[in-house]
Design a protein. Structure first.
Length: 464
């Protein structure tokens, strides 16, 4: 990682405003149709504003620290477990970890942090719910605190960039990053497609960007317009690389890779739920002598989720779903479908039946999706109907049931679906409906799980 550290051994003069020329796109982004001289003047003013904002944030966050001491975070050593204490993390980060209730590292955290905190690149394989988000966030945050930023900084130059395939996942990562940096002088900004472009742009102009979380398309939009510059990126995180492949985002990710510092001059952390040949090939191209970490769960489907499959006809599915929700008095349930039109039609039928339900899918505007998730989190709606793409980034505590209204065509999606319940050690229930159209998918699920599924006919009272 000598190249990575070498970024900061450059002469300070190399970052001075007089040495950095604005391109035409940069000048246009800063001052519209103004002259190049006025554009540079405007850019300097924005930089000054960002400086004030960052200093104020630092003072605000650091002022909270004196009333807390690491001695309050007492975690006894246990054989076979790693503590966060073992990694010499900043006090502000340790306080955030303490308040989040973390004590011991999960397997992926323990394996990854040992290498990434030393500056190594990493390619990690881990299922959802294993703590991989905290693993790459903690590593990135410590690097940002340990390595001083350039003496002169520009707005729109993030030091850490995290790319996620879906808006919901990016927003969740951004929220987690804000929680972990609450006592540190670091600024976290999230930019995603489907949300107000100018509002997000104003956030980029409000201060220096330490951690940027983004979806690939929106990140490239800001780069092309000159609102973001990725030439000083120290850490690049690519999350859910397999989903990036499935959704066709790899060409966009390649363009991002070309405008960040080269491997060896940046740290790269790539995570994927599966290690296909394509994922591994991309990982080798984008990293520099990476450590590979594979965390195989004790069982592919968590032991905290009770799994059932009801054999029904297509005509019986809706009545069975309504009776499950009403007669079992379910309070927080996610219902998965395979297509957007199925999600929309099923939600409309549930609403007409008097059930507090709403939907998230690719056709729902992002602002409405966020409101829907917040309503679901707060209990204002009981049933969330979702597609796999929209449901991938849902991390909400207290989901008691996941119902697969349609069996997923990709067995891996089944794992991600039922992973929405039974989180943080709580018990959850997964119920799948199998009819004449999709029952043939059951053997593939059982092969992936390595065991037979509990397949039976539903009770008669749930079909009335």
């Amino acid at each position: 990682m000598s190249g990575f550290l070498g970024i900061f051994s450059k002469k300070k003069d190399s970052f001075a405003p007089t040495d950095k020329k604005l391109s035409g796109s940069e000048a246009q982004a800063v001052s519209g149709k103004k002259s190049s001289a006025n554009a540079q003047q405007t850019f300097a003013k924005k930089r000054k504003r960002g400086h004030k904002h960052s200093q104020a944030t630092a003072r605000k966050n650091q002022s909270r620290l004196p009333d807390w001491n690491i001695a309050q975070f007492n975690v006894e050593p246990e054989i076979g477990k790693q503590r966060f204490h073992d990694f010499e993390l900043p006090t502000g980060l340790m306080r955030a970890i303490y308040e989040l209730g973390f004590k011991y590292c999960t397997p992926i955290q323990g394996e990854v942090l040992g290498s990434t905190l030393a500056g190594r690149d990493a390619i990690g394989k881990a299922q959802t719910g294993t703590g991989k988000t905290a693993a790459f966030l903690i590593s990135s945050i410590k690097q940002l605190i340990d390595i001083s930023p350039p003496s002169t900084r520009y707005l729109g130059e993030p030091r850490t960039v995290i790319i996620a395939p879906t808006r919901e996942l990016a927003l969740q990562i951004g929220k987690d990053a804000e929680q972990l940096t609450r006592y540190l002088p670091l600024n976290v900004i999230t930019v995603v497609g489907g949300m107000d472009y100018e509002k997000q742009c104003k956030r980029l102009e409000s201060g220096y960007v330490d951690i940027l979380v983004a979806t690939p398309g929106r990140l490239l939009d800001y780069c092309q317009r000159g609102d973001l510059h990725l030439d000083l990126v120290e850490t690049l995180v690519i999350d859910e690389a397999d989903r990036m492949l499935d959704m066709g985002f790899i060409p966009q990710v390649r363009r991002i890779i070309r405008i960040v510092p080269r491997p060896g001059d940046r740290q790269t952390l790539l995570f994927s739920a599966t290690f296909t040949d394509d994922v591994l090939r991309l990982g080798e191209q984008w990293t520099w002598e990476p450590v590979k970490v594979e965390i195989e769960p004790d069982s592919i489907a968590t032991d905290t989720v009770e799994q059932k499959i009801y054999i029904v006809t297509q005509a019986q599915k809706y009545r069975l779903l309504v009776n499950l929700i009403t007669k079992k008095q379910l309070e927080r349930v996610i219902v998965f479908t395979n297509r957007r039109d199925q999600t929309r039609k099923l939600t409309e039928k549930l609403q007409k039946a008097g059930i507090k339900a709403d939907q998230i899918s690719g056709e729902v505007p992002q602002n409405k999706r966020l409101r829907t998730l917040e309503n679901f989190r707060s209990g204002r709606i009981k049933v969330l109907v979702a597609t796999d793409v929209a449901g991938r980034g849902i991390h909400i505590d207290g989901i008691s049931h996941v119902i697969n209204y349609h069996l997923p065509e990709d067995p891996d999606d089944y794992i991600h679906r039922i992973g929405r319940t039974g989180r943080a050690g709580t018990q959850g229930i997964s119920i799948s409906f199998a009819c004449e159209d999709d029952a043939f998918l059951i053997p593939d699920l059982e092969e992936l799980l390595g065991s037979k599924l509990n397949t039976k006919y539903p009770p008669e009272e749930l079909l009335v």
